[in-house]
Write a protein that binds this ligand. Structure first.
Ligand SMILES: Cc1cc2nc3c(=O)[nH]c(=O)nc-3n(C[C@H](O)[C@H](O)[C@H](O)COP(=O)(O)OP(=O)(O)OC[C@H]3O[C@@H](n4cnc5c(N)ncnc54)[C@H](O)[C@@H]3O)c2cc1C
Length: 441
């Protein structure tokens, strides 16, 4: 079965690498040591938890199987859309008023938290809170976006609806019926960000180790022992922050998520004419398709596009395939030579959202993120760190839930491929059905 474990161990060739500064080159764990908290996984969640726990005075050890940020944290699109993944009324229905409001508040405050963190720790990660766009691919989706915009505007947040003409001006494409602009959001270089968080955690006193995969997790009295090939750490608290890259360290955790492989593509720098017409304000853009388009233009003029989901190993999307969809949006793109792609894994579960588990005393796992994770992994990592400083479970942003295996997990690769195809068919059908409307207007 193809899974994150079969991935190449090489760093991904992303547009972030050239602007992310030096890698950390941290040592392997080579001894037996004690701590208050061991964190498994050096992504944004792990590094945020390490930073905040160390700042609160805890002795922290973090072990990362490969290099800091090697998972989704360095491979994502770097969009920062602050609106919640599920609509607010759905969140309140699912989680009740107290936790529902906290979840909504977490998304709302996250951009400011990132801005404060990067400023405080001098993290140079090109955080640009210039707004985030969502295009409506059908007229009905304008009503859906209006409801979202209304919700946040009633809370005084800077969101607005854009009509077709206004949206075209900001996005450079006439494909959409209009859309929403959320001025709280923006974009980031996530590799530079996760490395910056790791450096800040080290400065705060945390000990971080690379190439130190946790291979064993055992209870010794009221202490946990985490083993790696080179050494061990004993601590009363363990956080498993491994998201889609979760292995069999704790029973049932791997099968509680379905890893879904998402492909990303970037072009060579656009001509200056195209740069001025495509997303000229540098707001990244997503849309209301089920298999949503996600596009941004980097400062060096590269156009970055999320190609979609592909579960097979080594299947590079032909640049022509990505270009075909891009040209639907931007017919004047012309021939863009070359193009590079990479892949990363997201974690889906039955709730289609983050879950925090506490399967044994002092042991926590937070996973299930499949988007918006740059901000939310920061927030949930910070939230978990408060537990070590004495906060209670009732103070968390998310309620604790039991670990639940995804039904028919062993068929997940086939299942994801089928769902992807079905979603794509529905999107194509809807696009075809509105073509005549566009032609008429
Ligand atoms: C292609 C793609 C595009 C995305 N786009 C966006 C976006 O635009 N905006 C956004 O906000 N979010 C986006 N996301 C989601 C976001 O990147 C993730 O939600 C977030 O990075 C998850 O962070 P994490 O720290 O929980 O996990 P990860 O960054 O995946 O880190 C998990 C780490 O755990 C390590 N690990 C696993 N097992 C072990 C072990 N046994 N011992 C030690 N270490 C171990 C792995 O090596 C890995 O480094 C995207 C994700 C992908 C894949």
């Amino acid at each position: 079965m193809y899974s994150p474990a079969n991935d190449s161990k090489a760093d991904a060739d992303t547009p972030y690498v050239a602007y992310a500064g030096r890698p950390l080159n941290l040592p392997r764990l080579e001894d037996d040591t004690r701590a208050d908290l061991v964190i498994v996984g050096g992504g944004i969640a792990g590094c945020s938890a390490a930073l905040h726990a160390a700042e609160a005075g805890a002795k922290v050890v973090l072990v990362e199987a490969l290099t800091i940020g090697w998972g989704a944290s360095s491979r994502n699109s770097g969009h920062l859309p602050p609106a919640t993944k599920h609509e607010p009324d759905e969140i309140i229905r699912r989680y009740g008023k107290t936790f529902g409001e906290r979840i909504i508040d977490t998304s709302d405050t996250a951009p400011q938290v990132l801005a404060d963190l990067t400023k405080k720790h001098g993290i140079d990660c090109n955080l640009q809170l210039v707004g985030h766009l969502t295009g409506a691919h059908m007229p009905e989706k304008m009503t859906f976006l209006e409801k979202r915009v209304d919700f946040w505007r009633k809370r005084g947040r800077p969101l607005e609806m854009l009509d077709r003409h206004e949206f075209e001006k900001m996005s450079g494409t006439g494909f959409y019926f209009g859309g929403a602009l959320d001025r709280r959001g923006g974009s980031i270089n996530p590799l530079a960000y996760v490395r910056g968080l790791a450096r800040a955690a080290i400065k705060a006193g945390a000990r971080l180790f690379e190439n130190s995969r946790a291979t064993g997790l055992e209870r010794e009295g009221d202490i946990w022992r985490v083993s790696t090939p080179g050494g061990t750490v004993r601590a009363s608290n363990v956080f498993l922050l491994t998201n889609a890259y979760t292995d069999d360290l704790w029973p049932g955790l791997r099968t509680s998520v379905v890893p879904v492989r998402s492909l990303q593509f970037y072009t060579k720098p656009l001509s200056s004419n195209l740069r001025q017409s495509i997303l000229p304000g540098r707001q990244p853009m997503i849309d209301t398709h089920r298999m949503m388009n996600a596009i941004r233009v980097h400062d060096d003029g590269r156009l970055h596009y999320s190609v979609g989901v592909r579960m097979r190993s080594g299947t590079a999307p032909a640049p022509e395939q990505a270009m075909l969809r891009l040209r639907e949006l931007y017919p004047n793109l012309g021939d863009l030579e070359g193009g590079t792609w990479w892949a990363g894994w997201m974690a889906f579960n039955q709730a289609n959202s983050w879950q925090i588990h506490n399967p044994a005393p002092g042991l926590y796992a937070a996973l299930g993120c499949n988007g918006r994770g740059v901000m939310l992994a920061t927030m949930y990592g910070r939230d978990l760190a408060r537990l070590v400083a004495g906060a209670s479970h009732d103070d968390l942003c998310l309620p604790l839930t039991p670990i639940k295996s995804v039904r028919f997990h062993s068929f997940s690769v086939a299942g994801v491929s089928i769902v992807r195809k079905w979603y794509r068919m529905q999107d194509d059908r809807e696009d075809n059905s509105v073509r005549h409307l566009k032609a008429a207007s």
